[in-house]
Design a protein around this ligand. Structure first.
Ligand code: ZN
Length: 553
């Protein structure tokens, strides 16, 4: 699948066939799915190799080759296949209920496709890779040790406030040293994206991105209602959490380097000592959510689909990726024995169960849901796992602390989602903006969603804080999804407080639908409303507030 001479004939053969009945067309769709699944798996395999061996230039080249040589050549053929599907005389004889979502997606793809945009998309992706490279090369020196930003960020959890400030200043100074390069990348990306939108007949990239991201079931207005809902329903609780942090720390004002430290100066939670313990304990959690999930997780471990431990030469972060031809999920992460690792694995586990739940569908597109719902699967699993964290946290204080951190992080995530989304709305509806105007827009929004952090004296750092958000560079407009999904996941959680087995049952049933139904139906199946305004957010914040009040530590 990495050899174009072998890939092309498969497309040619597919496009030569002319299915002449509903049955033949379904078979054709299945074969087309299989070809796309094989290509997707090839790309995923190369991506996994590149991120697990960043010091091996062969792996990087192999991935880059695929992105540069195979993906762009496939695009016109995929486009031709979509067109052939839509033009097929048997299309209307397919069961409408079953194929409505697929047809909607295909029509959208065909309507948006412009041959002239293919090279622009490739350029955009290469700029994103450049961003990764620049960020990945950033290091700071702390007490003679050369640390990556990720390693340095861990020091922000240290009780020594002077050290935290010093590390934070070093990190932000280092990031500012590359600000010119990052601003340039973003300038070029905004131009490229605006040009692509214009080729496709859109007034701005925002409207184009909404279509590209297949946002059929909500609009920009829904996003604005979410921003407003966060402002009214979430900010008061976010401020309460920050105020508590400030009071417990006993500091006059809460500074940017005071946010990650434990307010009671306790050492970091350390739930496990090695990968074997990590896997065993996490399987136990999943088994308690539902025995079948524990078995699925064990299957992943047996099949070497877990790449968990941090080591030199691995890319930072964590992700779940699907090997679409084998129809199995794969989890990548950098565990070092911290609470956040546990949270990541439970999260990626939720994505994996989602993939496995829908794996039998012959249509590739239906084996995965829109991202807004994928994150309900993962964030929902984080919340459903809460009652079972005791396997890792044997004493009540640790358990309470982990529970509190989860809930507080959710509350604090929502303003940052609103901020990131609102910023991009501004950027792409003002495509001719200057860098100064962009900074100003960012600052204005950062103030709107600030829960009480004092940045005075660090205005320059703050104005460029958005450089650290990789989504803006790699996947524009991908941000609100987290906010919508979290709202869905919290509804699953609230239901689980009343009737746990029923909440799990509905959650799982929704997962089995994959991407075969529109978003509102997927949310509905999980027992959640597809609505993200003040009315939806307020009762959820109320439930969190009450739960937090019951946690002593
Ligand atoms: Zn996720």
């Amino acid at each position: 699948m990495g050899d174009w001479a072998q890939v092309e004939p498969l497309f040619t053969e597919l496009l030569r066939r002319q299915p002449s009945s509903a049955g033949e067309l379904e078979q054709w769709l299945g074969d087309y799915s299989e070809l796309c699944a094989a290509l997707s798996q090839e790309e995923a395999t190369r991506y996994i190799a590149m991120t697990t061996r960043t010091d091996d230039p062969v792996c990087e080249r192999a991935y880059q080759e695929f992105v540069e040589q195979i993906t762009p050549r496939c695009k016109p053929l995929v486009f031709a296949a979509e067109k052939a599907y839509l033009a097929n005389p048997s299309l209307d004889t397919l069961p409408a209920e079953r194929y409505a979502v697929l047809k909607r997606k295909s029509e959208n793809l065909v309507n948006l496709f412009r041959e002239e945009n293919v090279p622009l998309e490739t350029q955009d992706e290469l700029l994103a890779m450049e961003y990764h490279k620049i960020r990945g090369a950033m290091t700071v020196k702390v007490e003679d040790a050369e640390l990556t930003l990720q390693q340095a960020a861990k020091l922000l959890e240290q009780p020594d406030r002077g050290l935290r400030q010093q590390v934070w200043e070093k990190m932000t100074t280092r990031q500012l040293a590359d600000k010119e390069a990052l601003e340039q990348i973003y300038d070029r990306q905004v131009d490229l994206r605006t040009e692509m939108a214009s080729h496709a007949g859109f007034a701005n990239f925002r409207d184009y991105a909404f279509r590209r991201r297949e946002r059929f079931d909500y609009s920009a207005e829904d996003c604005f209602r979410f921003h407003e809902g966060v402002e009214r329903a979430v900010m008061p609780l976010a401020r309460k959490i920050r105020l508590r942090q400030r009071q417990l720390l006993g500091v006059e004002t809460l500074r940017p380097w005071d946010l990650a430290v434990d307010a009671l100066n306790r050492p970091p939670l350390s739930p496990f000592a090695n990968a074997a313990e990590f896997v065993r304990g996490t399987r136990e959690i999943f088994s308690r959510v539902h025995p079948a999930l524990g078995e699925q997780f064990q299957f992943m471990a047996d099949q070497h689909l877990l790449e968990l431990e941090n080591r030199k030469g691995k890319a930072p972060g964590g992700y779940q990726i699907s090997l679409q031809e084998r129809r199995v999920p794969f989890i990548f992460m950098n565990a070092v024995g911290r609470d956040v690792d546990l949270r990541t694995l439970v999260h990626e586990g939720g994505h994996s169960f989602h993939m496995l739940a829908a794996r039998e569908d012959p249509i590739l597109e239906y084996r995965s849901a829109p991202i807004e719902f994928c994150e309900v699967a993962s964030m929902g699993m984080e919340l459903l796992a809460l009652p079972h964290l005791g396997g890792f946290y044997k004493n009540a204080e640790d358990y309470d602390r982990a529970y509190r951190t989860r809930l507080e992080d959710i509350v604090l995530l929502l303003p940052s989602v609103a901020l990131g989304d609102a910023f991009q709305h501004w950027v792409y509806t003002h495509p001719l903006h200057t860098r100064e105007e962009r900074s100003k827009a960012w600052l204005q929004l950062a103030n709107r969603f600030n829960a009480g952090v004092d940045w005075s004296g660090y205005e320059e750092q703050r104005a460029h804080q958005w450089h650290a958000t990789l989504h803006f560079f790699t996947t524009p407009f991908y941000y609100i999804e987290y906010g919508f999904a979290q709202t869905g996941a919290l509804q699953v959680w609230r239901r689980s407080l009343e009737n746990y087995p029923e909440a799990v049952e509905r959650y799982w049933r929704a997962l089995t639908l994959g991407g075969s139904r529109p978003l509102p139906e997927l949310f509905e199946a999980a027992g959640a409303r597809f609505q993200f305004d003040y009315e939806s957010l307020e009762p959820l914040m109320d439930a969190i507030d009450k739960r937090l009040d019951r946690i002593a530590a």
